[in-house]
Design a protein around this ligand. Structure first.
Ligand code: ATP
Ligand code: MG
Length: 408
C-alpha cells in the first residue's frame, strides 16, 4: 500500500466531488475517486471530464443521500449500481462496489460488495485500479503506481483470463496503450490479445465503436493502429482495408486535429462502400457517417485549388467538409501538406457570405409562386458567386428587375 498524499489533486477540490465524497463517507459508508481521474492526475495529464466515484453505499442509499442534499441524480445503470449525479459544471458517476460472480465473455454478472480490494482487482488494467479517498489517501492494491511510472498497460492478473471474461479488453488494451503507453506494449497482454482475436467478432458494434473512437484520437494512435494491423486484429475489427501510411501522414502533419469520423475516413475509407461498412461495424451516428461521406466528396475540390475556387467551394459545401477534404487529401498524398495547411487556415479566416436575396424578393416582382421562383433565385446566386460574392442586396435587386423586364 502506498502512502502517497494526493490531497492537493485538482479533482478532489471540485465542489461536487467534495460534496459527494462527504455524503457517502459517513454513517458507516466509504467513498473514493477511482479510475481515469486518479490515473490522469498521477500522469500529469489533464482531466478527461467525467469523474468516477466508487462507494460501499448501495444504489438506493446514494439516491437518498444525494436527493436529501438537493443534488440531481439519474439512475444511469441502476442494475450495475451506477448513479449519475449532476452538478452545475460537473457530472460524477457513482458506482457501488462490486465483485464479479460470473462472466460470459461479453457481460459481467456482478453483485454488490464492500471490499475495496475486490473492486480494484475486477478492473482491467493496473493503472485503472487506483483509488483516492476524501483525505487524498491513495490506495494501490495491484501495483498500478509502478506501471503508471513506467507507462505500461498491464492486465490485473492473467491477461488470458481477463480477456476471456470480457473480449472488449483486447481493444481497451490497445486503446490505453495508444493513450498512455511508452515503448513496446506489454508482451503478455499483446500475446493474449492476439490469441483471442477471433472472438472479437462476438462484440457488439456499439462497444467496439466506443473504444475505436477513443483509440484513433490517442497520442500514439498511428503506431498502435499499425500494431493492430500487424497482429491481425485490425482486419477482424474493420473487415476491410486500412491505409496505415495515410494515417501515419495524417498524424504527422496535423497532430491533434481531426475528430474520430475524419480519422476513420483516412484509415478505412477509399470508396462509399467502406464508409457504410465502418459505420455499421462501429455503430456510427448519422452525423459521423455524413461527415465521412462529405470528406470524401470534397476531395476533388481540395485537389483543384486557387483562392477563388476555394471560396466557391467553401460557400457550396461548407467549411467543415472543405477542410476535412483538404486534410484527407493531404493524408492520402494527393496534395502537398503546406498547401493543405495554408488553404485550411485561409478557409478558417474567411467569413462565408450569405446570399442576400430570398424567394420573397422574387415573388414581390410578380413572378408568382411556382418553380420559376427557385430557378430565378439560383440564376441570381450563380451570377453573385461569379462576381466573387461582391454584389450587395441592392445590386441583386436591380439585376432581378432587369431579368423581369427582359421577360416582359
Ligand atoms: P477515460 O478517461 O477514457 O474515460 P477511464 O479509465 O475512465 O478512461 P472508462 O472506460 O470510463 O475508462 O472506465 C472507467 C473505469 O472502469 C476504468 O478505469 C476501469 O477501472 C473500469 N472498467 C471499465 N471498463 C472495464 C472493463 N471492460 N473491464 C474491467 N474494468 C473496466
Ligand atoms: Mg471514464
Amino acid at each position: 500500500m502506498s502512502a502517497l498524499d494526493l490531497s492537493a489533486a485538482a479533482f478532489l477540490a471540485e465542489p461536487l466531488v467534495q460534496r459527494v465524497l462527504g455524503l457517502l463517507s459517513e454513517d458507516g459508508e466509504e467513498a473514493r475517486v477511482v479510475g481515469g481521474a486518479v490515473r490522469n492526475h498521477l500522469m500529469g495529464l489533464p482531466d478527461q471530464g467525467d469523474i468516477d466515484i466508487a462507494t460501499t453505499a448501495l444504489p438506493e442509499t446514494i439516491v437518498k443521500r444525494a436527493g436529501a442534499a438537493g443534488l440531481k441524480t439519474v439512475p444511469t445503470g441502476i442494475d450495475h449500481g451506477t448513479i449519475t449525479i449532476i452538478g452545475y459544471h460537473r457530472v460524477v458517476e457513482v458506482t457501488t462496489l462490486r465483485v464479479d460472480v460470473e462472466t460470459d465473455g461479453r457481460r459481467a454478472v456482478v453483485r454488490f460488495g464492500r471490499d475495496w480490494e475486490a473492486d480494484a482487482t475486477r478492473r482491467d488494467f493496473t493503472m485503472n485500479a487506483l483509488s483516492v479517498d476524501a483525505d487524498g489517501r491513495l490506495y494501490d492494491f495491484v501495483g498500478g503506481l509502478g506501471d503508471i511510472e513506467a507507462r505500461r498497460v498491464r492486465f490485473i492478473g492473467s491477461a488470458e483470463r481477463r480477456i476471456e471474461e470480457d473480449r472488449l479488453r483486447v481493444l481497451r488494451f490497445f486503446r490505453f496503450h495508444a493513450a498512455f503507453g511508452e515503448g513496446a506494449p506489454d508482451a503478455e497482454g499483446l500475446g493474449a490479445a492476439i490469441r483471442a482475436r477471433q472472438d472479437l467478432t462476438e462484440l457488439s458494434a456499439e462497444r467496439i465503436g466506443l473504444e475505436m473512437r477513443k483509440l484513433v484520437v490517442a497520442r500514439r494512435a498511428a503506431d498502435t493502429i499499425a500494431l493492430m494491423q500487424e497482429s491481425g486484429i485490425l482486419p477482424l475489427v474493420a473487415a476491410g482495408v486500412a491505409d496505415l501510411a495515410a494515417f501515419h501522414r495524417f498524424v504527422e502533419l496535423f497532430g491533434k486535429e481531426g475528430v474520430p469520423a475524419l480519422r476513420f475516413a483516412v484509415i478505412f475509407a477509399m470508396v462509399g462502400e467502406d464508409i457504410d461498412r465502418i459505420a455499421r461495424r462501429f455503430r456510427l451516428s448519422g452525423k459521423e457517417r455524413d461527415r465521412m461521406v462529405a470528406a470524401l466528396a470534397a476531395v476533388p475540390a481540395a485537389r483543384v485549388g486557387g483562392p477563388d475556387e476555394d471560396r466557391v467551394q467553401l460557400y457550396r459545401i461548407g467549411r467543415e467538409a472543405f477542410q476535412d477534404g483538404l486534410l484527407y487529401a493531404a493524408a492520402k498524398g494527393f496534395l502537398a501538406p503546406e498547401e493543405a495547411r495554408t488553404r485550411c487556415d485561409d478557409a478558417s479566416n474567411w467569413a462565408i457570405p450569405e446570399f442576400p436575396l430570398s424567394g420573397r424578393d422574387v415573388v414581390e416582382q410578380g413572378i408568382g409562386r411556382g418553380p420559376l421562383v427557385g430557378l430565378v433565385l439560383r440564376d441570381l446566386e450563380r451570377w453573385w458567386i461569379a462576381q466573387g460574392f461582391a454584389p450587395d442586396v441592392e445590386a441583386l435587386r436591380r439585376r432581378l428587375q432587369m431579368m423581369v423586364a427582359a421577360q416582359q
